[in-house]
Write a protein that binds this ligand. Sequence first.
Ligand code: DGL
Length: 262
Amino acid sequence: MIGIFDSGVGGMTVARAIEQLLPDLPYIYFGDLAHSPYGSKSREMLIEYSCRNTDFLLAQGAKIIVIACNSASSTASYILRERYQMPIIDVISPAVRKAADLSEHGRIGLIGTRATVNSGVYGKRLEEIRPKSRLYPQACPLLVPLVEEGWLDRRETKMIVRKYLHPLRNKQIDTLILGCTHYPLLKKAIIPRIGKRVHIIDSSVEAALYLKTMLDQDTALYESLHAPDTANRYYVSDLSSPVQSLAASIFGRSVHLEKINV
Ligand code: DGL
């Protein structure tokens, strides 16, 4: 069983990508809605929540953890790897590797929450992978609430997206990393405003591809995750109706969310 956690249901973009690439492997998803949003939390809180989420998933039988949340990946992935003797996948390295591969001029933009941008982790990873490139980060704190309101196609959303992307256009980036669970849902608003020639890197897709490659090379791990006739399960630490509809719009089907106390 794969364990996936996020601050809420936005991380279902990662679960969806994993489901598409690894349909035979069951997963258990946990959205920590009681403590969401993570994007405005301190490093200390994000580490505490991430450890609690991981303990919960382990107790449910997870043998590998995917940190679907960019904010938690940026601040807590090192600590989780130190504390837990199991593979921990974050959403950052796979996206940075892809951006470093695709970028022609090494001018790479990043959009994410404040926690993600302030952590500086994307810049450090890029420096390790492609030292001569440059990262241009932009925090976009208004985008998560807009997605959660379902305002994907609204004029106001397009205006805000334009405003956030303006500095990155001025820097003439050739590649843009969508460094937040919610932003894949805004691709239609982002692409025309950053320019069609800019490569768009979806961290949810890259994390799923990374997981697939890892499992293709490690048959024992793949087998340990295999649990025939086990359905995917979705847990949240708080539940409200807008969240149900966001989950349904990510998967294109209704999803049963079970509220639990972690
Ligand atoms: N899941 C968060 C992330 O990817 C976005 C939502 C939040 O701030 O909790 O950074």
